[in-house]
Design a binder for this molecule. Structure first.
Ligand code: ATP
Ligand code: MG
Length: 402
């Protein structure tokens, strides 16, 4: 058993000692069997939420209406969910009703793929009611039950299928893949944010081409925001020499590049449609701008380095490397570190100083002068010292007043 399971074992033991069943379930069981690191330990139990809460001193109702209670233990939180069935799914995304049940089998039946429907006892014994082990062995993603029905219930599962294909390098079983093809349009029922999470995980996976090929073969991509016309772009992405995207920022920068978007405004529009954060948008626009410079000149001028910032610069170079025109990262980092200042606030003279010295009155001119000082310092035309900057500011102000 991995350490994470060993640490969580007392929780299962406590629930069992009270006469209920409890198992490790979900991705952590799948990843343990695959020998991969696990991130979150999920526990499923026959105990109802109130019963779970009665057994432990410290719990948090993280999702009690769905049966999920978090148990806090030696600084760790363990999500414990009561066995449940789901029904309704009028809207192709959420069950209208969840019902708590006492049967593990009922709970495993509602899970998406056979490899995600395995349970493990605290002693390591695997409960495999849907032949998930064989599929895990063969590298196959197969819907639990009738694939068509399962994607009707929850269309996000189609995105999860292509995402797991990428993360695990698995093949989607034929009936399951056919059902995705037949129901791809249902993806539009899913909140963009949820689709986005799967899309980003797909692109950051170990074998993204697997996921992308499935996305193209099933036409699922057509129902993702702003992607309907991107067949050629996806084909190009699939054809790139082996690549790995380490961050969310790098995924969007590469996509924006391959989509041949004309400018930052077009990137903003794309990312707005995907409902990303403004922070991500700013980063991607900066990285995309730097990427253009890297392609054209193989380097960035000091002011461009300054404006890009080290984080977006690293993103740009990661993507440039995938595209075949990357630089040694150490070289770019050194160029950035060698800038006289890395932040506006490091300028040795500020607006307050300009006013005190009576060089300028508050207003737009002040900003213009500070911008000129900044450029002069970053490009090495003047030392970043109060005196030198005061002199330069006077000169600039004088020319402006002439
Ligand atoms: P990850 O490694 O990304 O966490 P995971 O399989 O653990 O993958 P989670 O979203 O954490 O994915 O979900 C935990 C488990 O809950 C899954 O393994 C699966 O059994 C079940 N599950 C999650 N989402 C769905 C869904 N949309 N439909 C059916 N079952 C689901
Ligand atoms: Mg998980």
């Amino acid at each position: 058993l991995p350490t994470e399971f060993q640490q969580a074992k007392p929780i299962i033991d406590t629930i069992e000692a009270a006469g209920y069943e409890a198992y490790f379930v979900g991705g952590s069981v799948r990843d343990t069997i695959l020998g991969k690191p696990i991130h979150d330990v999920d526990i499923a139990t026959s105990a109802f939420p109130a019963e779970v809460k009665g057994l432990f001193k410290r719990t948090v109702d993280t999702g009690i209406e769905h049966g999920t209670v978090m148990i806090l233990d030696h600084g760790q939180g363990y999500e414990t969910t009561t066995f449940r069935t789901e029904s309704g799914y009028q809207d192709f995304r959420r069950p209208d009703q969840v019902t708590f049940v006492r049967s593990l089998k009922e709970d495993l039946k509602r899970r998406d793929f056979t490899i995600n429907a395995l349970a493990m006892r605290a002693d390591g014994e695997v409960i495999d009611l849907f032949d998930g082990l064989a599929d895990l062995q063969a590298g196959v993603l197969r819907a639990v039950g009738v694939a068509e029905d399962r994607f009707h219930e929850d269309a996000l599962r189609m995105m999860r299928a292509v995402r797991f294909a990428s993360q695990l390098g698995f093949t989607i079983e034929a009936d399951t893949q056919q059902a995705i093809t037949d129901n791809a349009a249902l993806l539009t029922k899913i909140a963009v944010e949820r689709t986005r999470v799967e899309w980003e995980k797909l692109l950051m996976g170990q074998q993204p081409v697997r996921g992308l090929q499935a996305l193209v073969a099933t036409d699922l991509y057509r129902y993702m925001p702003q992607m309907a016309a991107q067949h050629a772009m996806l084909t190009q992405l699939i054809a790139l020499p082996a690549w790995h995207l380490p961050t969310i920022e790098s995924t969007w920068t590469l996509l924006a590049w391959l989509m041949k978007l004309p400018d930052g405004a077009a990137i903003r529009q794309l990312l707005k449609a995907w409902k990303t954060s403004n922070e991500l948008i700013d980063h991607v626009v900066a990285a995309w701008t730097a990427l253009n410079a890297l392609q054209q000149h193989g380097e960035l001028q000091p002011m461009a380095l300054f404006k890009t910032g080290l984080a977006a610069l690293t993103t740009a170079n990661t993507v440039a490397t995938i595209l075949g025109f990357g630089q040694p990262q150490a070289k770019l980092t050194a160029a950035y570190t060698a800038l006289p200042i890395q932040d506006k606030r490091d300028l040795a003279l500020n607006g307050g100083d300009l006013i005190k010295q009576k060089i300028v009155t508050p207003g737009p001119q002040m900003g213009q002068i500070l911008a000129q000082l900044l450029t002069a310092v970053v490009t090495g035309q003047v030392a970043n010292e109060p005196q030198a900057l005061t002199e330069l500011a006077r000169m600039v102000a004088d020319t402006k007043n002439d």
